[in-house]
Design a protein around this ligand. Structure first.
Ligand SMILES: Cc1ncc(C[n+]2csc(CCOP(=O)(O)OP(=O)(O)O)c2C)c(N)n1
Ligand code: SF4
Ligand SMILES: [Mg+2]
Length: 271
């Protein structure tokens, strides 16, 4: 029997705003399958976003949702988790929202190791506002603000998360759609701050400027440039040139923030 996505979608919120060929819908379906596989109670699951095409995702989902200010999803989500530690808290947003205007909130959420899952939809561009370059735009790529090629080096978002202290970091792609739910489900089950970067596509503002002739070409690019971590172990540095690793990239157990904060309250009340 076909999977029933409709039971997680808010009736009346469709059609969605995404362009034909946009990868964001693929990620949303992965998130829905992850929530379903873990049998999360949607009334006890908060999905929080900032601003951008990616950040419109929670609005379609029949969960407890917050569409907040640009770059501030981590701040609002932290408030939700601190007030209701028993809730499942999932953040969704784009590369621009999470690593440009929201970069500060992102690194500090990683550092605190608060038990939430941040799904970053990295299409390497500010899609919603017409294709300005983001901190994830590759060097040399064309954006509306870099018509002669981007001079900046991009962030490796997964490495940034690991460096800032996230205790579970994974990466997938919109091409490998059937792996997205598994990565997200593992991240949600991890006790601590988990980041799942999904490389996806924006054919409208990135693809057209960067000579991708079709969405299929963009999807094939995601396929050809990604290598699962296990396969990478058997490859030489030369073979890995220009490739990105996918799968679970990092995992460790560390004290979780809301649990530690409860101990602080206990100590204060014992005085
Ligand atoms: C304070 C503020 N600054 C700028 C904007 C304009 N703005 C809206 S979305 C966006 C970028 C979104 O890019 P990204 O997070 O990568 O999402 P995408 O649209 O690519 O999915 C910007 C700059 C805004 N809404 N608020
Ligand atoms: S502009 Fe880009 S990111 Fe936004 S909906 Fe269209 S394809 Fe998706
Ligand atoms: Mg983007």
């Amino acid at each position: 029997m076909a999977f029933d996505y409709d039971k997680y979608i808010r009736p009346g919120k469709l059609p969605h705003i995404w362009c034909p060929g946009c990868g964001h819908g693929i990620v949303m379906k992965g998130l829905i399958r992850a929530i379903d596989s873990l049998q999360l109670d949607t009334k006890n699951t908060a999905i929080v976003s900032g601003i951008g095409c990616a950040s419109r995702l929670p609005g379609y989902m029949d969960c407890c949702t917050l569409h907040t200010a640009h770059g501030r999803a981590a701040a609002f989500a932290t408030g939700v988790k601190m007030a209701k530690p028993e809730m499942n808290v999932i953040l969704v947003g784009g590369d621009g929202d999470g690593t440009a205007i929201g970069g500060n909130h992102f690194i500090h959420a990683c550092r605190r190791n608060i038990d939430m899952t941040y799904i970053i939809l990295n299409n390497k561009i500010y899609g919603m506002t017409g294709g300005q370059f983001s901190p994830a735009t590759p060097t040399g790529a064309k954006a509306s603000t870099t018509p002669y090629g981007n001079p900046d080096p991009p962030f490796d978002i997964a490495k940034l998360a690991i460096g800032a202290g996230a205790t579970f970091v994974a990466r997938g792609t919109a091409y490998h759609a059937t792996q997205i739910d598994k990565l997200i489900a593992e991240a949600i089950q991890h006790k601590g701050f988990s980041v799942v970067e999904i490389l996806d596509d924006c054919p409208t503002t990135y693809g057209r400027r960067n000579k991708f002739k079709s969405v299929i070409e963009m999807m094939n690019h995601l396929k050809e440039t990604s290598v699962p971590v296990k396969a990478a172990e058997k490859m030489t540095a030369e073979q890995l040139q220009g490739k990105v690793l996918t799968g679970v990239l990092y995992k460790e157990e560390k004290p979780e923030y809301t649990t530690e904060y409860a101990k602080v309250i206990e100590r204060a009340q014992a005085k």
